[in-house]
Design a protein around this ligand. Structure first.
Ligand SMILES: [Cu+2]
Length: 123
């Protein structure tokens, strides 16, 4: 009967590993707040962290950017699909509101396109 315990243990380890590391690997899920916005915090430091944000379709989206470096490159974030951009002063929180989206993927990037992020919209 020992082998059952061993296999059971291995399965459990697998499930735990997936739970803790699996979903995060691909990005971060925005959380819906009281006013109906899906909110995600994005740290700007040598890129966007996280760089992939999952949201639901049909609900407005609010990003809170905090840029913690002073290089010129990522001083502005651009959302080409929404014709929206925001300057990100170092050390300040900057809110960017985006409209409800259809399913798909929408890119955002720094002004020169070196740093890239992606909004992934699911039903
Ligand atoms: Cu750049």
């Amino acid at each position: 009967m020992d082998w059952i315990v061993t296999i059971g243990g291995l399965l459990l380890v697998g499930v735990i590993a997936w739970f803790f590391w699996g979903p995060k690997k691909g990005g971060s899920q925005a959380e819906i707040n009281a006013s109906g916005y899906q909110e995600a915090k994005i740290l700007v430091k040598n890129g966007y962290n996280p760089s992939r944000i999952f949201v639901q379709s049909g609900k407005p989206v609010r990003f809170e950017f905090t840029r913690v470096e002073t290089g010129a490159c990522d001083g502005m974030v651009v959302f080409p699909d929404f014709e929206k951009s925001a300057t990100l002063p170092a050390g300040e929180k900057v809110i960017v509101d985006l409209p409800p989206m259809k399913t798909g993927a929408y890119d955002f990037n720094c002004q020169m396109g070196m740093f890239k992020g992606k909004i992934i919209v699911k039903n």
